[in-house]
Design a protein around this ligand. Structure first.
Ligand code: GLU
Length: 393
């Protein structure tokens, strides 16, 4: 009832504020990370007004053509509230809270986004999944497909299985997760919305005279030291994990802002290019970083030799590689590994992550994509290499 009432209000507001936003978008593909303290407004439960406001911003940006992915925290806090339990630090207990709270959290998102006719998708990830090549490929393909279908992914860490043993047996943090997601989908902007307005010259909770640092071009030891100080006592993801996230995402070519989620229209303003909070400009061109990642971080496991027609289409149109244009396959590789596409003379045209193993390609080469399932008994899509996962050389 309560959610339905809110959804109704949102719909009315959305109608009356049509065309209100004419400021052009600076960023198109946006990952918005929302911390627990923002979602609860510092209380012990979700603040529906704040969530409704967030959904309205997402809806307005989408009307302008932006693609949004929300990385949300708040499951543990919500679970704790539902069970009426006090804080306990042990991991299994917190995992139970996360599992209980996650469904309430999603229900809340579902209600507020339904008011804007937006379909959402619960997307639970662990960093371990993404470290694995096939997991990475599956997550990337699924997220990109959601965006293509106009669905808004609502991402959280899969806390039931994600225990970061390396960092002192604590549940992983969504700051780093949001940077992984930004890299995964080649986001233009990662907006980390928090209850602190950005990175300050000292911890503003301790030193009221601390000043906001509007821009950080290089994340050096000095910046890390500031973040280290600000970390004390402020949630799972203190400033230190936000700085780690900023380093990860800027290194992948994504612009990062750490800004206050309580500031009016923070997400919209950031998407329109307003400098809110602390800006960490992208360190490298995104294509460049992807190229480096594919060429350096991963070794090429084999070659796919294509005919002249496919070579031309790949070079000229940056198209995906379909089985029809494949003449032969050299080397042994699994789905999710990096391969090179070469022409008949052995010249490399592109590198990319393959959707099919060498053994599967051997069987489907030369055929029409419609026949993949007949031949293999399963299929992972029409493309052997999707253009999104490919870099032309
Ligand atoms: N995944 C946790 C939750 O939803 C939060 C982790 C974090 O805030 O970094 O409660």
């Amino acid at each position: 009832m309560f959610l339905a009432a809110i959804a109704g209000t949102i719909r009315d507001e959305a109608m009356s504020s049509k065309n209100e936003d004419q400021t052009p978008l600076k960023y198109k593909r946006i990952v918005a990370k929302i911390g627990t303290n923002v979602l609860t407004a510092g209380s012990d439960r979700l603040n529906m007004d704040l969530m409704a406001d967030l959904a309205a911003q997402v809806a307005a940006l989408r009307k302008q053509g932006a693609e949004l992915i929300v990385v949300t925290s708040g499951a543990i806090a919500t679970g704790r509230h539902r069970l009426g339990m006090k804080e306990r630090k042990d991991i299994p207990f917190r995992q139970v809270l996360a599992a209980v709270g996650q469904s309430d959290l999603m229900q809340a998102y579902q209600g507020i986004f339904a008011g804007h006719d937006i379909t959402i998708a619960q997307t639970l990830l662990t960093r371990r999944d993404l470290a694995d090549r096939v997991g990475y490929l599956n997550a990337r393909n699924t997220l990109l497909a959601m965006l293509e279908l106009g669905v808004v992914p609502i991402v959280n860490e899969n806390d039931v299985v994600a225990v970061d043993e390396i960092e002192g047996a604590k549940i992983g943090d969504n700051d780093n997760l949001s940077a992984f997601v930004a890299n995964l989908v080649d986001a233009d902007l990662l907006a980390i919305l928090t209850d602190t307005g950005g990175l300050f010259s000292a911890d503003p909770h301790v030193h009221p005279a601390a000043e906001l640092i509007p821009r950080v071009d290089t994340i050096d030891e000095q910046v890390e030291a500031l973040a280290g100080e600000a970390k004390v006592g402020h949630g799972v993801g203190g400033m230190a994990t936000k700085i780690q996230a900023a380093r990860l995402a800027t290194g992948g070519g994504t612009d990062v802002f750490i800004a206050s989620g309580r500031e009016a229209d923070a997400l919209k303003r950031l998407a329109h290019g307003e400098g809110l909070g602390t800006h960490f400009p992208a360190g490298v061109d995104r294509m460049e970083s992807r190229k480096r990642w594919m060429l350096a971080a991963l070794s090429v496991k084999g070659d796919i030799v294509v005919d002249d027609g496919a070579a031309r289409v790949l070079r000229e149109k940056e198209a995906s590689l379909l089985p029809a244009g494949i003449q032969k396959v050299e080397g042994e590789f699994a789905r999710g590994e990096t391969v090179a596409i070469v022409d008949g003379d052995g010249n490399r045209i592109a590198c990319g992550i393959t959707n099919y193993s060498s053994e599967e390609i051997q069987r489907i080469r030369g055929i029409h994509s419609d026949k993949i399932e007949d031949v293999l008994g399963h299929h992972y899509g029409s493309e052997v290499l999707h253009r999104n996962n490919m870099v032309l050389l």
